[in-house]
Design a protein around this ligand. Structure first.
Ligand SMILES: Nc1ncnc2c1ncn2[C@@H]1O[C@H](COP(=O)(O)OP(=O)(O)O)[C@@H](O)[C@H]1O
Ligand SMILES: Cc1ncc(COP(=O)(O)O)c(N)n1
Length: 264
């Protein structure tokens, strides 16, 4: 009998359902992976923005991870919104204890509307505690700038930024290019030796809430299914493209993407 692949998301709850834990679980499910969660913070938000952030006690985060991992186990895991240094340290410790190898770190910092999902005091812990545990880290350009102190405005600067983030200890860096201008969106994967470019047409839309979460969840799901890294990144790239293209157009602001997207 074939056993089902399992993935764990360690992230914040988005009451609006388009980002965070909700986007991750929907994406895992759509890609045929059993989804589990450890919630770090509850946000009160919708497509117009984040109205409130309620972090959970550190022990509540560790406890969820321990209960899930000691019983069900996870073939891959991802982190999203972690909010503060204490949560990052607690999450890193559980990842080390359970020896989770296929870890995708989405270094969520600021929501599209501008709300802080990671405190400034947590950046150092993100770099020193969590990044060295990452199989892949998936920064967008502002996050990459924050982690490196570099200005990243061109594809060449994206490559330099990826090198600098790789030097912090992540085994692979997937630099997302959604924040650059142009008709084409280029994401760049760096494995420490080679660069791989993934390019697709830029879709003109305001419905991009949770794109980073959905992309990293798709990548995690593929890794859980044992898809090799480059193939997993390609599949996640196609999934987010299709999800943005067929977004359900709901809510008065930045609406969610289509978590029912189908890619071969
Ligand atoms: N307008 C768009 N058209 C097509 N793909 C997009 C668009 N915006 C983002 N993407 C894709 O969605 C993913 C997330 O991109 P990005 O916007 O850079 O990150 P974040 O959502 O973390 O800010 C990337 O893989 C990128 O290729
Ligand atoms: C709980 C939570 N986690 C992450 C995001 C980032 O969302 P986006 O990808 O739209 O910046 C969010 N808005 N809320």
């Amino acid at each position: 009998m074939q056993t089902i692949a399992k993935a764990l998301t360690i992230a914040g709850s988005d009451s609006g359902g388009g980002a965070g834990i909700q986007a991750d679980l929907k994406t895992f499910h759509q890609l045929g992976v059993y989804g589990m969660s450890a919630i770090t913070a509850i946000t009160a938000q919708n497509t117009l923005g984040v109205a409130g952030v309620y972090p959970l006690p550190t022990e509540a985060v560790s406890h969820q991870m321990r209960e899930v991992l000691r019983d069900l186990g996870a073939d891959a895991a991802k982190t999203g919104m972690l909010f503060d240094a204490a949560i990052i340290k607690a999450v890193s410790e559980e990842i080390r204890t359970f020896g989770l190898k296929k870890l995708v770190v989405d270094p969520v910092m600021i929501a599209k509307g501008g709300a802080k999902l990671l405190l400034d005091e947590a950046i150092a812990a993100l770099k020193t505690d969590l990044l060295p545990l990452a199989e892949v880290v998936t920064p967008n350009l502002p996050e990459a700038e924050c982690m490196t102190g570099m200005e990243i405005r061109t594809p060449e600067e994206m490559r330099e930024g990826a090198r600098a983030i790789h030097a912090l200890g992540a085994r692979n860096v997937l630099m997302k290019g959604g924040h650059l201008e142009g008709d084409t969106v280029v994401d760049i994967l760096f494995d420490g030796t080679n660069f791989y470019e993934l390019a697709h047409e830029r879709i003109q839309t305001r419905h991009t809430h949770g794109t980073g979460c959905t992309f990293s969840a798709a990548l995690t799901a593929e890794l859980a299914k044992n898809t090799p890294l480059v193939g997993a990144v390609e599949k996640a790239n196609r999934f987010i493209f299709e999800a943005i293209k067929t977004a359900p157009q709901i809510g008065g602001g930045h609406g969610p993407t289509n978590h029912w997207a189908v890619v071969e």
